[in-house]
Write a protein that binds this ligand. Structure first.
Ligand SMILES: NC(=O)c1ccc[n+]([C@@H]2O[C@H](COP(=O)([O-])OP(=O)(O)OC[C@H]3O[C@@H](n4cnc5c(N)ncnc54)[C@H](OP(=O)(O)O)[C@@H]3O)[C@@H](O)[C@H]2O)c1
Length: 329
């Protein structure tokens, strides 16, 4: 049976991206075959759509680092036909054909059950972005920072990681300060639960001062670069900065003062190979955080496979608000 997939290929300098019809015989090795209902768009998918994005490890490659759908066939005893499942990360869409396809075959260990009561569309509104935000907040909590410790700053707040983090922090009772470069989206951030909005450029500004006024008990920082440096200078005594991304740059230069005078911790967040055994817990905490709230308010657009190049270019330019969902069927 044929299935549609968004495939990139690179041969020397020749890079192509197109929607193709593949055959079941093209599916890779794996123990579980899934009919994909929804996928999503993350910054990494944007990079994978470019010739020099350095995230795809072999070509041709079906993109899509996340998907949610229903099991069609399984030789893994943990899953049976009809089960609702979700997968994020691992080698999906980079080294193993991913979720921008009507069908995916993969190792069962990469799957988690979709939480009861959560639709595939809702699961992909979270996806890698939501998992990364949940892991960041989890790290902040494990380091003893609760809502009473003071405000938490979220950088890149209208992006995928940022917007899901704002909503989840607010649901947990934190006071949320949000930094954004999109002056048109302040209302969106306030509706998600931010009480104060900062200008992205102001937060990223360089300073000669080793420390500044203590402002935030913690940070969810998917931006990196000078934004991280600036947050470190303004983090309160004993605070935690959970760093997950690089949209503002890969280099972080800092002095030692936040660490040795304020005991600030810089915690790295890596969602791609996070152990599968812990993922159902992360999905359950996200489901809890959004109980009674409309998760789909985070969705900016729903697109088909043909639209992937356009939205990929937009996310790389920092122009996406919230989440973009991709429907392969
Ligand atoms: N470590 C992990 O496991 C992991 C997992 C997921 C994502 N990430 C990383 O986290 C980052 C965000 O991913 P995402 O999928 O949420 O992307 P996204 O939706 O594009 O969000 C990124 C946001 O960063 C802000 N931004 C864009 N350009 C910027 C610049 N030059 N300087 C400062 N801020 C800028 C924008 O928000 P505003 O306009 O609101 O400022 C943008 O919406 C990426 O670097 C991604 O690779 C890492």
């Amino acid at each position: 049976m044929g299935y549609r997939a968004f495939v990139v290929n690179k041969d020397d300098d020749d890079f192509t991206a197109s929607v193709q019809t593949l055959e079941d015989s093209d599916l890779p090795e794996g123990t579980v075959t899934v009919a994909v209902e929804w996928s999503d768009l993350n910054y990494k998918d944007g990079l994978a759509c470019t010739p020099n994005g350095r995230v795809v490890t072999k070509y041709p490659m079906t993109l899509g680092i996340d998907f949610a759908g229903t099991v069609v066939e399984s030789s893994d005893t943990r899953y049976a036909a009809g089960d609702r499942v979700v997968a994020t990360g691992y080698d999906l869409g980079t080294g193993h054909p991913g979720g921008y396809a009507e069908r995916v075959r993969l190792p069962g260990a990469w799957l988690s059950p979709t939480p009861d009561g959560m639709t595939s569309e809702e699961a992909m509104t979270l996806g890698t972005a939501g998992i990364t935000a949940a892991m960041s907040i989890d790290a902040i909590e494990r380091n003893g920072i609760g809502p009473d410790a003071g405000p938490v700053i979220v950088s890149g707040a209208t992006g995928g990681v940022g917007s899901t983090a704002v909503a989840m922090l607010a649901a947990r009772g934190y006071t949320v300060h949000a930094s954004t470069g999109k002056s048109s989206e302040h209302d969106f951030l306030r509706e998600l639960g931010a009480s104060e909005i900062l200008d992205r450029e102001e937060l990223a500004a360089e300073s000669r001062r080793p420390l500044e006024r203590e402002r935030w008990a913690a940070a969810v920082d998917p931006v990196g670069g000078t934004t991280t440096t600036s947050i470190l200078r303004q983090t309160k005594y004993g605070g935690v900065v959970a760093l997950s991304g690089l949209t503002g740059g890969v280099g972080v230069s800092t002095n030692v003062m936040p660490f040795i005078l304020r005991g600030v911790s810089l915690v790295g967040i890596e969602s791609v190979y996070w152990p599968g055994e812990d993922r159902p817990r992360l999905w359950a905490r996200m489901a809890d955080d959004f109980t009674g709230r409309n998760l789909l308010d985070l969705v900016e657009a729903r697109v088909g496979l043909e639209d992937v190049p356009e939205v990929a270019a937009r996310i790389l330019a920092g122009g996406v608000r919230g989440r973009i969902l991709v429907q392969p069927t």
